[in-house]
Design a protein around this ligand. Structure first.
Ligand code: ZN
Length: 956
């Protein structure tokens, strides 16, 4: 039936090219007419062309013996269904020339599965899976992914370099496609988008985007003609999680269809919209997964779910280089991938944003509306349009006979997701999830009748992508009107429910810089007070009664009567409204609380008395004084721990002041760094000062060792700074995210010299060179690792353990018994509750992530330079135990809830209990944190406390 033409199209393997077309003339519509064509090696076939297929070198599947695929309706049946489909038009289906993609018998025969192939009827594994808007009258000059790579889409995992090469070729071949690089991943992989539209639209792209951005000025009427003529903008994001890899295959097929098809429905998408494809948001994680997989898989993919290739090891490919979940970072922008993406995203300000994912492989597909809670700052109109897109997807899925889920599980509360953050930039934001994920490999037995292949996973995503794009093209004007209304109604909301946030002028410049950077990146305007002002409002400490606070001229004001006012509320409101407690993520993230600053939230609108902040730069760190006795770095500076890191790097002999001192007319907080000239002749002082400034800290050159207040610099009270050489532990059972967040903190955010040590060879590592071992949150250590850590501490080392590891260290190393919640449980037994009542019970017991207030022991060396209280994100209800001789560095306040969901019962359980403790063990210390302050890298207040523990712990 097929003419087989062996070719080498790809350097890695023999390829065979198969092509055929549907017989358009015969009496048996849908019969196949084989065709033989010349294909240049590695090249793009010319002429009327329908597809090229697979050959040797592509993996076949070892599994249930039924060939490759799950059940798919035969081609004819599906085409007839399509003809009856809701799009209305009677499609000339028999004029189609489509390629049928049969896994060739020659290739299968190689793997001894000829019998299975013989059972596959035409259409059961179909080339036109990826053909939308049939008949697919394709422009033959546009490279098809299959021909470009010499393999069927989904037969192997495409690699990043291949994806780049394909998209470059596509952009070169098609006047409908432009490729725009926008940044780099940590591992220097280029990030880029494709912009796809009609030639006319692309020629006027700058004008289109300008007019579109004018729609975001909600206080103004839309420019005349914009609503009538400007195209809608759809943005598809693929692969924020690197081990959900079917989406990269989808990205190529969607781009190809848009670039090549001559079908009127595709023409309508191109004329009525600009489609942006971000094909690989997280290339580093993606390649971590694929490199691993390629090293496991044999000549054939093994569909047995127990086989090794289905069990990705620690840390997995979900996250980026520093193991950050980029799908939680859209708001915080701690990672270069997120930062650069938001910049190009805001140039386009799309009306639709879809984030492509995969979930557990036994689930079918999720799209459309999520579940409650929706964040109260999301307007009803956005939600209505999310529903509309979901309905368009449902219609297409029904037509294709695919199963889906919607309106469940995935809520719209946490603002850092790819489906939610774009909502605050005006988009209709959606999530799609296909069952698959790294567990599914290239193929996995789904049940006893079906094998789920990569190709089919990619296809399901293709259906939501194409049906969503069609819907946007159809509803272009409605999309634009809703978009403009989002910004217009923001001003209305500000009039009805005024709210502003005031940040004191005295705030540490490093923390102001965090706020400034986030506001500028997200398009939020900052104003400043033009005169000293009494502001009536609440602080970020859980109190809800407003009271007057004196704010100095120059203090920053973030007003909500601005275009990005909704996002300003999301960032700054102390306690987000929560309509339903079952959430998928954290429920508290207020920026001033996370930074530990003394801001005020107020109902005042500040229509007068403020002016735009305009250009702002954090004051540069500088050198003061001209003395040569010692260098002093004030510990009150937020970035102080990085200065200690510099001292460690230069091997400087340093002390920390035991009390606050006043010297040369300047005041230095307790714990300030003192580097005497005498003891540091081996240090290049100029280089040291340069590095201290670069760490973000000002430096004072002291002219005397005798302060006007406080102990002399050489007093015993100002003890020697201990050996702050840090070992950071990595590997199972440590939580991979937690490790990554600690690593990023020590490596990038607040650099402190450190070595990363693998848990599984800890028993063989020389720990004596380190002063501190940092154990991120996770399961407890055992065996050699545990013994090594215990000996290290008993010999004088400091262990800093966070989150679950903090609880583990308290229990296992210190032998302390945790306070139990069930001891005084006078509630009815679980077995006495109905099913529904048990849901209520689990709400009561669960802490999804709430902001709780900690009071600090401000006399302890570890709290130097810190305020008296901080807000910590708490994700469980467990306080730490403390022994009679232990130190409580921080404890939960009497009224600990600042924001988010935590039940009264859990509040009572943690009230006044320890949150951070320090205990002697042998000659060393165990410092335990009940929570992980590094979570997602945005809690700069609590992170400073952790950094203090790391740099001051060895000297305690
Ligand atoms: Zn995902």
């Amino acid at each position: 039936m097929f003419i087989v033409e062996p070719r080498i199209l790809h350097p890695v393997a023999d390829r065979m090219v198969y092509r055929g077309s549907l017989d358009t003339a015969g009496s048996d519509p849908g019969g196949y007419r084989p065709r033989r064509e010349e294909v240049a090696p590695g090249g793009v076939p010319r002429g009327p062309f329908w597809g090229v297929l697979v050959g040797r070198g592509d993996r076949s599947v070892r599994g249930l013996g039924n060939g490759m695929v799950g059940k798919e309706p035969p081609v004819r049946e599906r085409m007839q269904r399509w003809r009856r489909g809701a799009s209305g038009a009677v499609v000339r289906i028999w004029a189609v020339s489509a390629v049928l993609l049969l896994s060739p018998s020659a290739a299968i025969g190689q793997h001894g599965d000829e019998g299975a192939l013989a059972r596959l009827g035409p259409g059961e594994d179909r080339a036109d899976l990826f053909e939308w808007a049939r008949p697919f009258d394709a422009d033959a000059s546009i490279p098809i992914p299959a021909s470009f790579f010499g393999r069927e889409t989904g037969s192997v995992f495409t690699r990043y370099e291949e994806l780049v090469a394909y998209f470059r070729a596509l952009a070169e071949a098609s006047p409908r496609v432009t490729l725009t690089p926008y940044g780099h991943s940590h591992q220097r992989r280029e990030l880029f988008i494709l912009t796809i539209s009609s030639e006319a639209n692309l020629a006027d792209l700058d004008g289109i985007l300008d007019r579109n951005r004018a729609l975001t000025r909600g206080s103004e009427r839309p420019l005349s003609g914009t609503l009538e003529r400007n195209p809608a903008i759809s943005w598809l994001s693929f692969g924020v999680h690197g081990n959900e890899p079917s989406v990269y295959e989808t990205a190529m097929e969607v781009a190809y269809t848009l670039a090549a098809s001559r079908h009127p429905e595709i023409g309508s998408i191109l004329n009525n919209s600009v489609v942006v494809i971000d094909p690989a948001l997280n290339p580093d994680g993606w390649m971590r997964y694929v490199n691993w997989y390629e090293n496991q898989v044999g000549r054939e993919a093994d569909a047995n779910p127990d086989s090794n290739e289905h069990w990705e090891p620690w840390p997995g490919g979900r996250t980026n280089h520093y193991l950050f979940d980029l799908n939680r970072d859209w708001i915080w922008l701690t990672q270069p991938e997120s930062r650069s993406r938001l910049q190009v995203y805001r140039r386009y300000m799309p009306h639709l944003h879809i984030d492509y994912h995969e979930m557990g492989y036994t689930s079918p597909y999720f799209f459309g509306e999520g579940d409650q809670p929706y964040n109260a700052n999301i307007p009803a109109s956005t939600r209505a349009w999310i529903k509309k897109v979901g309905e368009a997807n449902a219609e297409a899925f029904d037509r294709e006979g695919l199963i889906y889920a919607t309106r469940e599980r995935f809520d719209y509360m946490y603002p850092g997701y790819g489906k939610v953050l774009p909502v605050y930039h005006g988009a209709v934001g959606l999530l799609t999830e296909k069952g698959g994920h790294s567990r599914a490999g290239l193929a996995i037995e789904f049940n006893e009748h079906e094998v789920l292949t990569l190709r089919r996973r990619a296809y399901w995503h293709y259906v939501t992508a194409m049906s969503s794009l069609e819907m946007v093209a159809r509803e272009r004007r409605g999309m634009l009107e809703r978009f403009h209304d989002f910004f217009r109604s923001t001003h209305e909301l500000a009039r009805e429910s005024p709210m502003s946030f005031v940040i004191p002028a005295e705030t540490d410049p490093a923390l102001l810089a965090v706020i400034h950077d986030l506001c500028v990146s997200h398009g939020i305007r900052i104003d400043r007070l033009t005169r000293d002002t009494e502001v009536e409002g609440v602080r970020y400490d859980g109190e809800t009664t407003a009271f007057p606070v004196e704010m100095r001229a120059g203090s920053w004001v973030v007003r909500t009567d601005q275009d990005m006012g909704r996002l300003a509320r999301v960032f700054f409101e102390p306690d987000p409204e929560l309509v339903e407690k079952q959430t998928y993520d954290i429920t508290s993230w207020s920026l001033p609380a996370a930074l530990g600053i003394d801001a005020v939230a107020t109902r005042e609108a500040f229509a007068a008395g403020t002016e735009p902040l305009g250009e702002w730069r954090a004051s540069e760190p500088r050198v003061t004084g001209e003395g040569s006795v010692a260098l002093i770095v004030d510990s009150a500076q937020h970035r102080f721990p990085a200065a200690v890191g510099v001292a460690v790097k230069h091997e400087a002999f340093a002390r920390r002041s035991g009390e606050a001192i006043e010297l040369d007319g300047k005041r230095f907080a307790r714990g300030s760094l003192i580097i005497h000239a005498l003891r540091n002749r081996h240090v290049d002082t100029d280089a040291l000062v340069r590095d201290l400034l670069a760490s973000g800290n000002s430096v004072h050159r002291a002219s005397t060792g005798m302060p006007s207040e406080g102990p002399a610099l050489g007093n015993n009270a100002s003890g020697r700074l201990g050996n702050a050489r840090v070992a950071l532990l990595r590997g199972s059972p440590i939580n991979a995210n937690s490790f990554g967040h600690h690593w990023h903190m020590l490596d990038v955010a607040y650099p402190v010299p450190h070595s990363v040590l693998a848990v599984d060879r800890l028993g063989r590592a020389d720990l004596s060179r380190f002063g501190v071992v940092v154990l991120p949150s996770g399961g407890g250590l055992s065996g050699d690792a545990r013994s090594a850590i215990e000996s290290f501490v008993r010999d004088g080392g400091v262990l800093v353990a966070t989150g679950r590891s903090g609880h583990w260290a308290s229990r296992e190393l210190l032998g302390l018994e945790a306070k139990r919640r069930d001891r005084d449980d006078s509630r009815p037994k679980l077995s006495d509750l109905t099913y529904e009542e048990r849901t209520g019970r689990s709400d009561e017991d669960r802490v999804p992530g709430a902001g709780v207030r900690m009071l600090l022991d401000t006399t302890h060396p570890m709290t130097a330079g810190l305020p008296g209280s901080l807000t910590m994100l708490k994700t469980d209800a467990n306080p730490l135990p403390v022994s009679d001789t232990g130190f409580v560095i921080a404890s939960y306040a009497g009224r600990p809830r600042v924001g988010g969901w935590i039940s009264e019962r859990n509040i009572a359980h943690i009230r006044d209990e320890p949150s951070v403790t320090a205990h002697r063990l042998g000659r060393g210390w165990v410092i335990a944190f009940a929570e992980d302050p590094t979570m997602r890298g945005f809690q700069h207040g609590p992170m400073r406390l952790l950094l203090n523990a790391i740099v001051f712990g060895p000297g305690m």
